[in-house]
Design a protein. Structure first.
Length: 182
């Protein structure tokens, strides 16, 4: 009786193997397709757009600026009038109570000569040498504390190239269906 079960088990395994030979159960093909999809520039473009990875925020430090993100990012900035591939940067100061000052404007690597400091309040849409600028507090913003940020926007395709160049997509094992992203 036990030899019959073994034969049945072996028979089932060989039947599945036969289907695999026909190409009906090939997970490696699907995984290889996923590898290509994850490395495609169009996917990275969508990721950069959705996560706003073209925007960078730095907190000035004594010796070195610190990157602000997550819980250390009190505000986000939107620059709707810049084209996709334009870059820009400026300094943003926030006073306790929510008054903001924008200065030191640079567009596409060229400093915009202006002695004028743009002033307004949080959630206002401000008119600047870069066009309209919308500043939005995050849940981590503390109205009783001031802060200063260096805000920069990379051209969209530059950001896509940078993130694509730093992404490595590999199979964790030759026959595995798991993908490693580093």
């Amino acid at each position: 009786c036990s030899s019959r079960r073994t034969t049945k088990g072996q028979s089932l395994a060989s039947d599945v193997e036969s289907f695999g030979d026909l190409g009906l159960f090939q997970t490696t093909t699907n995984v290889n397709n996923e590898l290509l999809v994850l490395q495609s520039p169009s996917i990275m473009l969508e990721v950069v757009k959705r996560l706003h990875l073209d925007m960078n925020y730095h907190i000035p430090g004594r010796f070195q600026d610190r990157v602000a993100y997550g819980a250390s990012l009190p505000l986000t900035v939107s620059l709707p009038e810049l084209t996709e591939n334009e870059s820009a940067r400026f300094t943003l100061k926030v006073r306790p109570g929510g008054e903001v000052e924008l200065s030191e404007f640079v567009r596409n690597g060229e400093e915009i000569p202006s002695e004028k400091v743009i002033k307004g309040n949080l959630t206002d849409t401000l008119t600047t040498p870069l066009g309209r600028v919308k500043i939005t507090p995050t849940p981590y913003y503390d109205i009783d504390r001031g802060c200063q940020l260096k805000v920069s926007r990379t051209g969209l395709y530059g950001a896509v190239g940078s993130y694509s160049g730093n992404l490595t997509v590999t199979l964790s094992d030759k026959k595995a269906s798991a993908i490693d992203l580093t």
